[in-house]
Design a protein around this ligand. Sequence first.
Ligand code: HEC
Length: 169
Amino acid sequence: MRLAKQLAVIFVTLAILGGGILIFSYDVIRFEWTSFMEQQASFRAQEQPLPVPALSIPVDGPAFIPNLGAPTNPVPPDEVSIARGENLFAINCVMCHGITGEGNGQIAALLENQPANLTQDIVQSKSDGSLFLTLTNGVTDRMPPLIENLTVRDRWDVVNYLRTLHSAQ
Ligand code: HEC
């Protein structure tokens, strides 16, 4: 009988202690512990990346550095580049801009802002570098940035392909 009582006391004591610890582990009572991972210059999901530090040199070929203007196209518009560009255009752009680039892709009708007609002078008169930046950064609230889908070389290939698009008429 005495043993049972002693065991009960030990059990209840352990249960209370254990329960006390669990309260903390499940954040029922929460302490803001210092976490050094949080104390750094970083950007969170959906936030703009930090600006490129001054005097940085892109290791991945020409890229956009704020205040340096549009880059010049380093990729000659040869057959290989245009063929690659056509392929990438079919994968990344056709759903909005259409096979002929006239802004009549399959999902265009569902968009609030109509995709640009890429055969028009207003687009074709822009410099290669300007088109490159449009693909890189997208158009705010209208066209997604493609910097994560297309490498630097890919984007120049697409720009070279865009030059081959002409109005159907
Ligand atoms: C989600 C749909 C969508 C996709 C995908 C898309 N675009 Fe666009 N794009 C748009 C819309 C909408 C506009 C019109 C923006 C505006 O009203 O200025 C646009 C505009 C443009 C312009 C003209 C920008 C200007 O400054 O006049 C170019 C060039 C362009 N897109 C190229 C591309 C290329 C190349 C791709 C694929 C790599 C692509 N877009 C993928 C929707 C899209």
